[in-house]
Each structure stands twice: as C-alpha cells, then as structure tokens.
Write a new protein. Structure first.
Length: 238
C-alpha cells in the first residue's frame, strides 16, 4: 500500500507539472498548486469563466491529463455543461467544432466514465443536432434506439451526426424516411471502397431491404465498370 501511494503521489505531481502551463496560459492569474490537481472545486473554478470553445478544448485536455490518476464523472458533467453554456453565437458559428468535441468526449468516456444516466441528462442541455450527437456518440444502445425517430433532415446536414448515423448503423432504421436519400449518397460518396459499400448493402439486405441494397451497390458501380461482377454477385443473393 505504501508503494502504491508513493506511485500515486508521484503521478499526481507529474500531472500537476503538465496541468500548470495550460492553466497559466489559458487562465492567466489563476493560482494553481499541487493540491488543485484532481480537485472538483478547482475544476469548477476553471469552468466558470469559459465563454469560448478554445478553453473548452483545454478543459478536456486537463481531464485527460488527470486521467493518468483517475477520471470522475463530475468533471465530464461539468465540462459538457460548460459547452452547453457557451454563447449562442459561438454555438452557431462553430457548430462543426463543437460537434467534434462532444463526439470526442462521449465516445472516449463511455461506458467507463460516463453513465447512461449522465449521457441522457447531458443531452437534454442541448438542442439538436448536438443532443443527438451526444446520444449517438455513446455506447448505450437503448438511448440510441430511442432517439432515432427524432432525427430530422436538418439534423443530418451536420456531418458529425451523419457520420454517426452510418457508423452506428442507424441508417438501417431510416430506409423508409425522407432522410435515406441523403444517407445513401453519403454511403456511396467518392472515396468509399467497394468493400465498404458491399458491407452496407449486405446489412440492408439482411434487414429486409433488398431493393435498397441493390440500389446502393448499383449507384456505386454506375461509374465504375470494374465492379460489375461484384454487382452481379450481389444480385444473386435475392
């Protein structure tokens, strides 16, 4: 136990020396001592004056630094609440950047450090598409299933959310909606490999959407004759 405590103390001191330059640069004039590391109260102090996205990113970097010792759900909740409290003009002007930050936070911290209840609670702090990004970034299938009917055409104009709809295979539940044409276009966009498109088409077929699977592969192969044989192979699945 003595050895473990010594290692923890040494780790906390190292974390302090890595945290201090970030605090000095982004919160000038804020006093930081070794005891501030892993302090809930100190983290709240850092969050309170945050009105820009750059500091929000730094807060996440601090959480990750402190993660060398531990990560507390309270810090992640406070961080997400801070992002939700950014001025409306920041949220409007930096929607892609905020979307990416929320994705990174939730994707990297569930299920280990963010509970299902915390993700649901935090999602209610935001309007779509941010609220949907929080849910779809998580590893909680029940939450993801519940949010599917609420996703709109305008929501998936957000590239992060559209990517999550594909990565989490939510598109299989949206085939018969007005959202699907945009999703199909994304599934077959330039740069996609034949293997990727065949996999998506197979999943559509297995979900009972054979026509959509055929259409997807046909859309991809239309300008690439070299994939014709693969297309014929796919048609034989019917």
């Amino acid at each position: 136990q003595w050895y473990q405590r010594r290692v923890r103390d040494d780790t906390e001191l190292l974390v302090f020396f890595k945290t201090k330059p970030l605090v000095d640069q982004h919160w000038p004039g804020t006093d930081i001592q070794p005891a501030c590391v892993l302090s809930d109260e100190f983290f709240v102090v850092l969050c309170e004056p945050v009105k820009d996205l750059a500091r929000s990113r730094v807060l996440f970097e601090i959480v990750k630094l402190w993660g060398a010792v531990e990560i507390r759900e309270a810090w992640l909740n406070q961080l997400i609440q801070t992002i939700a409290s950014l001025p409306s003009e920041v949220a409007t002007d930096q929607t892609p950047e905020i979307s990416k930050l929320l994705l990174d936070i939730v994707q990297s911290q569930t299920p280990d450090n963010l509970s299902e209840e915390a993700v649901l609670s935090c999602s209610k702090l935001f309007a779509p598409p941010f609220s949907h990004i929080l849910i779809l970034s998580s590893s909680y299938d029940d939450l993801i299933f519940d949010v599917i009917p609420d996703i709109t055409q305008k929501d998936i104009e957000n590239e992060i959310l559209l990517g999550l709809v594909i990565d989490k295979e939510v598109y299989l539940q949206l085939v018969n909606t007005e959202l699907y044409p945009m999703i199909a276009k994304e599934l077959t966009k330039e740069g996609r490999t034949l293997e990727f498109v065949r996999d998506a088409a197979s999943k559509l077929r297995d979900a009972g959407n054979v026509v959509e699977g055929l259409s997807l592969l046909a859309q991809y192969t239309k300008s690439n004759y070299s994939t014709y044989l693969s297309y014929k192979s796919f048609m034989s699945w019917r």
